[in-house]
Ligand binder design. Structure first.
Ligand code: NAD
Ligand SMILES: O=C(O)C(=O)C[C@@H](O)[C@H](O)[C@H](O)COP(=O)(O)O
Ligand code: ZN
Length: 356
């Protein structure tokens, strides 16, 4: 097992990564402070892993709340239902929410925990690769609106992250690769040696070779934990973790949250950001080719669908949370391992890479 610590003074927490961790209840149960526990999961994950988790809850007053599966269910209405479930069990301020699932469950359950009585504990038990390497770490919680991704939310850190890699055995390959995209993103933003390691180990990672998998998860979590510890609420550096997301989120929204997986949107968005950066003279074209080659080798999509007009994508990008009044702020690229916040990129340049 590997442990990555997220170092936030007074609110530090461990990210445990390894096999058999859901069954190792003595470890995670020590992070639960009160008596009430609400496990939030979904209709796909619960039949697979809720039983194992429940065994560790003996003696506590616990209950379960399931949401339907999919990004379209990461809604305000479902937060309301989690809050009703907390009310129904009489959850007090020392209650704990456990999020058992991928990023959709984690974001929604975490936001519910942030809202109940103005903030109670929660524990992340991520069950997708994406949620292990990204969404469970760092405390961004929230839900989507039809107008855009994650437009409602809160920063609310978990008490612990339990990344049991055994559960990845049942994860479909398309979902697995979407998680790999967020690993590539971390390396592309700020860790050139990790990027080179991914190039050398791409096939083994896509084949889920255990040693390579654990190392990739731990390196991405360690990188993200460092950024979060330096800039928890995204006043500066943390925005770099959004590389590819202004494009990616707009593409996800345009597709009604059901065409593209989040990681796929990020893969396409990173390529668009890299192309735009090369056109603006910020990044060597050779680095864009390097990124493209790695994503292609990993079987990830690299081109936006022609079904959505470029003008529509640009319009959706205007509601991104990094923007300030009248100014679009994009995360652009200086090449492998170096990203930058760039305000005021001309619409024509953006439309150009979108093919508009
Ligand atoms: N908070 C953050 O910092 C952050 C970071 C990245 C992404 N996100 C958010 O995370 C979400 C995407 O998360 P995701 O990619 O995990 O998607 P997801 O939560 O929709 O899970 C993907 C699919 O895999 C299924 N699944 C989960 N675990 C499984 C398992 N072990 N075996 C079989 N099937 C399993 C789910 O039921 C779902 O159908 C998006 O909403 C994105 O915006 C948040
Ligand atoms: O943790 C962060 O910070 C990130 O930006 C990680 C992203 O991968 C993630 O998709 C996040 O949910 C995006 O946040 P948002 O603020 O752009 O909604
Ligand atoms: Zn993301």
């Amino acid at each position: 097992m590997q442990t990555v610590d997220v170092e936030l003074a007074g609110r530090e927490y461990p990210v445990w990564i390894g096999p058999g961790l859901i069954g190792d209840s003595a470890r995670w149960r020590a992070r639960i402070r009160g008596r009430h526990v609400l496990v939030v999961s979904n209709t796909t994950v619960a039949p697979l892993y809720l039983g194992a988790l429940e065994q560790g809850l003996e003696g506590l007053a616990w209950s379960t709340h399931l949401i339907d599966d999919g990004e379209t269910h990461k809604t305000f209405a479902n937060v309301g239902k989690v809050l009703e479930a907390l009310a129904a069990m009489g959850a007090t301020r020392d209650a704990c929410v456990i999020a058992l699932g991928g990023g959709v469950v984690g974001d929604l359950a975490g936001f519910s925990a942030a809202c109940w009585m103005r903030g109670i504990d929660f524990i992340q038990v991520p069950t997708t690769l994406l949620s292990m390497v990204d969404s469970s770490v760092g405390g961004k919680t929230g839900v989507n609106l039809p107008a855009g991704k994650n437009l409602v939310g809160a920063f609310h850190q978990p008490r612990a992250v339990v990344a049991d890699i055994d559960v990845l055995r049942t994860l479909p390959q398309r979902e697995f690769l979407a998680g790999v995209a967020e690993i590539v993103k971390g390396a592309a933003i700020g860790d050139e040696p990790f990027f080179a390691w991914l190039e050398a180990n791409a096939d083994a990672l896509a084949a889920r070779e255990p040693g390579v998998l654990v190392e990739a998860i731990a390196r991405k979590c360690a990188y993200k934990a460092g950024v979060v510890a330096r800039d928890e609420t995204e006043q500066g550096e943390r925005a770099l973790l959004n590389l590819g997301h202004t494009f990616g989120h707009a593409l996800e929204t345009a597709g009604g949250y059901s065409e593209l997986l989040h990681g796929e949107g990020v893969a396409i968005g990173m390529v668009l950001a890299a192309r735009l950066s090369a056109q603006l003279g910020m990044a060597p074209a050779a680095d864009t080719e390097r990124l493209l080659a790695l994503l292609r080798r990993l079987g990830l999509p690299t081109q936006p669908s022609r079904a959505h007009p470029a003008s529509r994508i640009l319009e959706l990008m205007r509601l991104d949370k990094k923007n300030t009044a009248g100014t679009m702020r994009l995360i652009l690229w200086r090449g492998v391992g170096r990203a930058e916040i760039v305000p005021g990129v001309a619409d024509d340049a953006i439309l150009g890479v979108l093919g508009g």
